[in-house]
Ligand binder design. Sequence first.
Ligand code: KG4
Ligand code: ZN
Length: 334
Amino acid sequence: MNVLGIESSCDETAASVITDGKILSDVISSQINVHKVYGGVVPELASRKHILNIGTVIKTALKEAELSLDEIHAVASTSGPGLLGSLVVGLQAAKSIALVKRLPFYAVNHLKGHILAARIKDNNESNIPEFPYMALLASGGHTGIYHVKDIDNIKCLGQTRDDAAGEAYDKVSKLLGLGYPGGPIIDKMASIPGDSIKFPQAFRQKRSYEFSFSGVKTAVAQYISKQNSINNEQAHAIAKGFQQSVVDILVRKVVLAAREKQVKNVVLAGGVAANSALRKHALEICIENDLLLFAPPKNRCTDNASMIAFAGYLALQKSMTSPLDTAPRSNWPL
Ligand code: KG4
Ligand code: ZN
């Protein structure tokens, strides 16, 4: 079964073709250059750019898969959560193709796409997590712990009360006068050996799966405001300390959840799962706790359409489809 997947929930216009769960093409047109001058995504500019790009991105995905539209058997698209003006572009393109070609259509929850991405097989030897697993989803818009028993049995155990982890990375990067998106920049800075400044962690002792990242962000802002200026060395120490605070609490909570629910497999998902310190620390702590860690390749942690095509494929295999009048949803909790 050849499934065309489309993703446009934020600032990436993406399309992918998968066949029987394997990726044939994975095309992403990033809008980073448009938004970085503003230090964050400007929704109006994002939707305009999606409109300009969507046709070419879909055509390129078909071309790279060496398939024509007539050889596609189903279409899947992100329909939420995300920026409404952005979502509507990909969703409308997907529904139009499904309508004209009389194909089954499936509206994918973006969070579910991230959470299931670790199950995509890259080659025959690929090691994928079996259900049930405990997923840490940490992205620019969401951060939470999810108990995943099956594709349609995913329970959120707790999430952030304020900023998402990725959002905190982006804001701290902005405070330091670094670029957008902040995650990869801080990741790189923090990897350079040197001192680090200690920043607080919210809910560290609490046996809950909730997070809060606004406090650490404010602590960084206050630290910076107390200095006359920030030199390179201090910026590195701030980046390092901030990252330690975030990574430690993320790993602590997902491991706590896996142990309490007696789940052996732990999955990292979402853009922040591309973070090298998070991947390393999570692996160490999982080994210590006799847990198995699974993380998709870094380019499949950040937004992509393969995860959407894949989630659609799994749903369609279970004969689940969505009506063609499905509307985009800015807020769609799992
Ligand atoms: O999943 P994603 O691509 O989009 C959303 O669904 O939000 O996540 C984007 C977020 C951004 O906040 C970005 O700064 C962060 O993921 N990110 C990272 C890294 N790469 C991307 N955060 C930390 N370390 C990274 N290497
Ligand atoms: Zn995402």
